[in-house]
Ligand binder design. Sequence first.
Ligand code: NAD
Ligand code: LMR
Length: 344
Amino acid sequence: MVKVTVCGAAGGIGQPLSLLLKLNQQVSELSLYDVVNANGVAADLSHICSPAKVTGYQPSSKEDKDTIHKALVNSDLVVIPAGVPRKPGMTRGDLFNINASIIRDIVASIGKACPKAAILIISNPVNSTVPIAAEVLKKLGVFNPKKLFGVTTLDSVRAETFLGELIKETPSSLKGQISVIGGHSGDTIVPLVHATALVAKKVSGLSKSQYDEFIHRVQFGGDEVVKAKNGAGSATLSMAYAGYRFAEKVIGSLNGQSENSEIPDSSYIYLPGVPNGKELSQKHLKNAEFFSVPVILENGQIKSFVNPFDKLNVSSEESKLVDVALDGLQKSIDQGTSFVTGSK
Ligand code: NAD
Ligand code: LMR
């Protein structure tokens, strides 16, 4: 049985994500932390007749660090959708100024209260917030790269949906058949659709403009939602589904379940800290330290990953997309890292 804490549990993502976690029979304790309305969300979810005991935690003031400590202690998994979402006209990078310090402070609390927990970071810009988390944990001497995950599952979910529409396949049948690697914003997102002969054949039947449109839609799918919500935020429900899909995989692995998908979902991870990650980074990724790759989990942590360049038939076009992605990624990684190393 597993204790899960959601930080940012009362938000647009936090509430539906907490609902999905409450329905998971393997969750024994669900701890809901937010600076507003955590108690209300917890009271509401606690009436659902599933095993998880739900508790809300809301700090009494900005100085109150005890409440988050109590929420986090003994957690096996912490999921973080805390922070501000985009409005039309903004990039995810524009969220850095506010969300960087939110992530820094929450992760510092995790490092003190439950340093062994797996950490799933949803808050944007993911390309920078994950490097921030890594530096904070390094400073505290508790960084386990096998347990730090940037959640990029929504990109895979979108790729399955949009490609399914185009090649007339049920989107769910594409899970484990295609992959999305790189980062989580615009042209740092790289969909790979040539891994299996069956899908590659169908993709080869698309016109160039259909293929280009598919890539663009996956890379900029977030903008579609931001525009449609017209100032009321970004993706929340599809993100709650995607965040849960990844969290469920971590929870399953904590309970001894193993991956049964040919190509597992990707996560944005610190490559030098996982087996063979440094080699992948040096050989194919211009030494980028953070990159999203399909990850295989065991006991709540990364056991190994699928090397896209060995196993996923990366096409020359996809290879060019990786090069573009790496340029953008490096700037975001540097921004995140120096936010912590440059600060006391
Ligand atoms: P929201 O504003 O609806 O909810 C955010 C919640 O975080 C609020 O309830 C707020 O009170 C809480 N919060 C703020 N500061 C906090 C703190 N210090 N401690 C605890 N809680 C705090 O926003 P949302 O739509 O749920 O989006 C949350 C984040 O997720 C945004 O940064 C958004 O860009 C990001 N996001 C990421 C993905 C992804 O694919 N990784 C997808 C969608 C959204
Ligand atoms: C998304 O991909 O939908 C999220 O990262 C939210 C956003 O700002 O687009």
